[in-house]
Design a protein around this ligand. Structure first.
Ligand code: IMP
Length: 445
């Protein structure tokens, strides 16, 4: 295998760090953009030639006609959502030829019953909590992600993209699946008519026929791209602390969204990855349930939410907000093998007299640690150990050079780099491409 530049972009917190902007910037320097995990639970808005595009499944590179985009085998694909994204882009004059969008024949399909199951289980668990039981709901996006990955691991009832174009295969599978799923949904209290396998097979076969020109063996396609010397960009969805194995289980998503998901989600060995850019929001946010030691339920959290427009792209939910947890970021950078960091939304912190950084945790027994605790119950019990640093008063969203940043903002970046042990490559001070500071010399780890 030839040595080729392959960059991974991954969020180091609980998602919504602003990966989309960095993927867009880096896409210009790469030939093939690859999604390896997650599904339509992810989401970002891309502004391209003055137009706004909301993407959930399509890799961002799809807006550049010279890029190839790959939806790898580790992704769970909702064909209805995918086709609507393809349509919204082609309607605006950007062609998506079959060889420009490759969808793995092994990617698993999100079916309507997966979404119903996801929503019904969440509702049932939240209802049980209202009655005084432990709250076991995750606060999912209700996009069917968990049930689809569960079917993948369970194997017998799974449907993959390669199955859709063959109506006979699909119909035989759905005869069995629908009978079982109807009973399960009924048990969860879903008040919908029983699933109709013939109608579902016809509908999803038709979707499969429309997507068929794109469905292929992406493992060979990716190896061919590497061998041809093409530059690959891996676009992580969700974020490291939501990783099913390494995040704050059970308040996580159902895939390996750290960079460790790249080999199984693409069929490429990890050794192809030459650079890993960890995306860090300058403060902390989280959506859904789960521990968040630096969450601020008072005025500071509210101020960050309003200045940062912290409302979900996929669900519109207000995000929980707080200060930056450096212990968590250092853990994620370690798990993902980051070679550099991009610090996003630095402009949101303008105007605070002082800022707080979490540099350790105090445990219930009074001891302290500077190591992250991915176990949700243990993490919920810690108190942050704060370092208070000076803030800056001026707005910084029109600055383009590190030297122009107020000294306190430079010191804030330096502290992130030195604590995490990783150099900062980019500081972002606004959503536009122009509002990007390339940090080459300073903020060295
Ligand atoms: P699911 O992925 O829909 O099953 O949701 C599981 C958990 O991950 C929930 O707390 C979601 O809010 C969270 N989550 C999933 N995807 C994202 C994302 O892209 N950004 C932020 N949170 C996410």
């Amino acid at each position: 295998m030839h040595r080729v530049s392959a960059t991974a972009v991954v969020g180091l917190q609980w998602g919504d760090e602003g990966k989309g902007k960095i993927v867009d910037l880096l896409a210009a320097e790469h030939d093939v953009i690859v999604r390896y995990n997650g599904g339509a639970n992810a989401g970002h808005t891309v502004v391209f030639d003055g137009e706004r595009y909301a993407l959930h499944l399509l890799p961002s590179g799809i807006l550049s006609p010279s890029k190839t985009c790959v939806i790898g085998n580790g992704v769970v694909v909702d064909p209805v959502q995918l086709l609507s994204e393809i349509e919204s882009i082609t309607e605006r004059g950007i062609a998506i030829e079959p060889d420009r969008l490759l969808i793995s024949d092994r990617a698993h399909v999100v079916m309507p019953y997966h979404k119903e199951h996801d929503a019904a289980l969440e509702t049932a668990l939240a209802g049980a909590a209202d009655q005084g039981d432990e709250n076991l709901s995750i606060g999912t996006t209700r996009r069917g992600i968990g049930p689809t990955y569960a079917d993948k691991v369970h194997r017998s009832l799974a449907i993959r993209m390669g199955d859709l174009p063959d109506e006979q295969v699909l119909r035989r599978r759905l005869d069995i699946v629908c009978a079982i799923r109807s009973r399960e949904l009924e048990a969860l209290g879903v008040d919908v008519p029983a699933l109709d396998p013939a109608a579902l097979a016809a509908e999803y076969h038709a979707l499969g026929v429309r997507l068929a020109p794109h469905i292929t063996d992406t493992v060979y396609a990716l190896h061919d791209a590497v061998n041809a010397g093409q530059r690959l960009l891996f676009e992580g969805a969700n974020a490291c602390l939501l990783d099913i194995d390494h995040g704050t289980f059970p308040y996580v998503t159902s895939s390996n969204c750290s960079t460790l998901g790249i080999p199984p989600g693409t069929g490429l060995p990890g050794s192809v990855i030459t650079d890993t850019v960890g995306i860090v929001k300058a403060y902390g946010t989280r959506v859904g349930e789960g521990p968040f030691p630096t969450e601020d339920l008072g005025e500071t959290g509210e101020r960050i939410r309003e200045r940062g427009h912290e409302y979900g792209t996929t669900t519109g939910r207000p995000r929980r907000c707080g200060w930056l947890d450096l212990v968590a970021v250092r853990y994620s950078a370690m798990v993902c093998g980051c070679s550099s960091l991009a610090v996003m939304l630095l402009d949101v912190l303008s105007g605070f007299e002082t800022l707080k950084l979490c540099v350790g945790y105090r445990l219930p027994d009074g001891t302290t640690t500077d190591r992250f605790l991915p176990d949700a119950r243990k993490l919920a019990a810690v108190e942050p150990i704060w370092e208070t640093v000076p803030g800056w008063s001026q707005e910084i969203d029109d600055l383009t050079s590190l030297d122009d940043l107020p000294p306190a903002a430079q010191a804030y970046l330096d502290r992130i780099a030195s604590f995490v042990g990783c150099p900062i490559e980019i500081a972002s001070v606004g959503p536009d491409r122009m509002q990007t500071i390339r940090v080459t010399q300073a903020a060295r780890a």
